[in-house]
Ligand binder design. Structure first.
Ligand code: OGA
Ligand code: MN
Length: 240
């Protein structure tokens, strides 16, 4: 996770910077794309004409971005434009956990147990999960669901640059472990999740407007704190 403070970026500059690192994804939730620059996803709780201008429920649970796609995102960049505050305290923090450090701290038995295991990742499962939450927005359209069918990924991925092994299953997008009875699968996923997010593996970011935070979606997973609501405004631009 890298943090660059005090940036002033127009969409063109943000896109130019993002494209230095690879081809950009156009997010499947097209109702939240920037109207002129579809490679920018708006992350926001702001309403205009009663409509959410961006995705209001991003990161309600631990996840890595686009892990429900056949080709998950290599990295993501968030640019903070408006950050909610209350009595001088910044709200809407984001927390990242090192999936590499978490993997390395597993017991040898667990490493052996999960070696070679595969899991199902699901965008529609993500929608079912957040539907209960009061911050949840709209549903997935049939067309969007068709563009992101469930996929299978390994439970542990090897980082393409560092060769470190990383826990890849996550709370929001992983629905089950292939070949395990449901109760066992749920218990193992919960155990891995709880292990991954221990304090010694996490960095918590308190945002300032102008922050650009860029992260590796193999070596980390993240969650957003939804501890604010209108009239406290939060507005971010995201590329993946
Ligand atoms: C995201 C996300 C976290 C945040 O945009 O991928 O998880 O703090 N956002 O907005
Ligand atoms: Mn995210």
């Amino acid at each position: 996770v890298m943090v660059f403070r005090n940036q002033e970026l127009k969409p063109e500059g943000f896109l130019r910077f993002s494209k230095y690192f690879g081809e950009l994804e156009v997010h499947v939730l097209d109702q939240y794309l920037h109207s002129e620059y579809p490679e920018i996803l708006i992350v926001s709780n702001v309403l205009e004409d009663d409509r959410n201008i961006g995705i209001p429920d991003a990161g309600l649970y631990w996840h890595t971005d686009l892990s429900y796609m056949a080709a998950p995102s290599r990295g993501s960049i968030l640019y903070a434009i408006e950050v909610p505050k209350s009595n001088g305290r910044t709200l809407g923090n984001t927390i990242w956990a090192s999936t590499a450090a978490a993997y390395e701290a597993l017991t040898i038995d667990t490493k052996r147990q999960i070696s070679g295991m595969k899991a199902t990742f699901s965008l529609s499962g993500r929608f079912e999960k957040v539907a209960e939450d009061e911050k949840a927005d709209t549903e997935l359209t049939i067309d969007q669901g068709n563009r992101a069918p469930d996929v299978i990924h390994p439970v542990v991925r090897t980082h393409p640059v560092t060769n470190r092994k990383c826990i890849f299953v996550n709370e929001l997008h992983t629905s089950d472990i292939v070949g395990l009875p449901q109760a066992e699968s749920r218990a193992l996923l919960a155990e891995l999740q709880e292990h991954t997010i221990q304090t010694e593996f996490v960095y918590r970011h308190s945002w300032l407007p102008g922050d650009v935070v860029m992260w590796d979606n193999v070596a980390t997973q993240h969650i957003a704190m939804h501890d604010y609501s209108l009239p406290q405004r939060r507005l971010m631009h995201r590329t993946t």
